[in-house]
Design a protein around this ligand. Structure first.
Ligand code: SAM
Length: 284
């Protein structure tokens, strides 16, 4: 353990550092959460002709999938605050001949010059607003009355071993301040009562939740314990804390993570750790 003061995991700078981390490991991140995206798409059940807004679309994998489902009479628009991710999404769409379109803007304040949407979708792109109620109020203004929203948000970290186990190891080497409940970040909406308060205050009604539980490959399908550990250190926000703690601390934490993954979590598809998300729907 170092003598440093407890680190707080800083807010995630998606237009800067975190967007760059996500882009650098885009395939691995998307590989980890692909089954949750598939479950959310299945629940949303888009039909040809619908106009769908993909909130926090990242590299656009789900936007491209939605464009296929809604067809040429519909529309799939990805909205994201990270310029580097929107650039990659546009490249992918061009390469795939997809009709998906992309806009780079902060969804909390953006005003789109498009007709209103029938649906809103978001795979883990809705939990990062500093002020969620005004942000969701702004999003509601982009939707037709009655439009359905479908969000995937992470449940409690205790049910997400991919985060708990990593944090457990890192905390053996660096003191990290406890997470602030409801603060912007991956677990902002772990408490469904809070999410319902936010959605209701923003004017949405009829929240309905389907829990998703499974296991996900850390570092993407097929990653070895070493590759999964390198993914954690280079791609997740805790990597920065270890970087700042110096090489000796970082190397010790790295060795512990490799040992943990090797001893307990290697399975056919890679390094598989438990995950739990809420698949949430509501109407404008
Ligand atoms: C965890 S990533 C998920 C990316 C994508 N939905 C996926 O599943 O591959 C979160 C995404 O939300 C975006 N994001 C965060 N805050 C945002 C905001 N205020 N406006 C628009 N996008 C935002 C980030 O840039 C990032 O691409």
């Amino acid at each position: 353990m170092t003598e440093r003061a407890p680190e707080a995991l800083k807010g995630e700078d998606w237009a800067g550092e975190m967007g760059a981390r996500w882009l650098a490991s885009l395939d691995r991140f998307e590989g980890m959460i692909a089954p949750i995206g598939a479950a959310l798409l299945a629940r949303a059940a888009y039909t040809p002709g619908e106009r769908v807004l993909d909130l926090g679309c990242g590299g656009g994998a789900t936007t491209l999938a939605i464009a296929e489902l809604v067809g040429p009479q519909g529309a799939a628009l990805g909205l994201d605050v990270a310029p580097m991710l929107i650039e990659r999404a546009r490249q992918r769409a061009a390469g795939a001949g997809s009709s998906a379109r992309f806009v780079c803007a902060d969804a909390a304040t953006a005003s789109l010059e498009t007709p209103p949407f029938d649906r809103l979708f978001s795979r883990f792109g809705s939990m990062f607003f500093e002020a969620p109620v005004p942000a969701f109020t702004n999003l509601k203004a982009m939707l037709k009355p009655g439009a359905r929203i479908d969000l995937a948000v992470w449940a409690n970290p205790r049910n997400n071993l991919w985060m708990m186990e990593v944090m457990g190891v890192v905390r053996r080497h660096v003191e990290i301040a406890p997470a602030v409940p409801r603060a912007p970040g991956p677990f902002a909406f772990e408490d469904l009562t809070y999410l319902e308060e936010v959605l209701t205050s923003a004017g949405f009604i009829g929240m309905d939740v389907l829990p998703y539980e499974g296991r996900q490959p850390v570092g993407g399908p097929g990653a070895s314990p070493v590759a999964a550990t390198d993914f954690v250190l280079t791609s997740m926000a805790v990597g920065r804390v270890l970087d700042e703690a110096g090489a000796a601390v970082r190397d010790a934490a790295r060795a512990d993570l490799v040992d943990l993954f090797t001893a307990r979590y290697v399975e056919g598809e890679g390094v598989m750790l438990g995950c739990k998300a809420w698949l949430v729907s509501a109407h404008a």
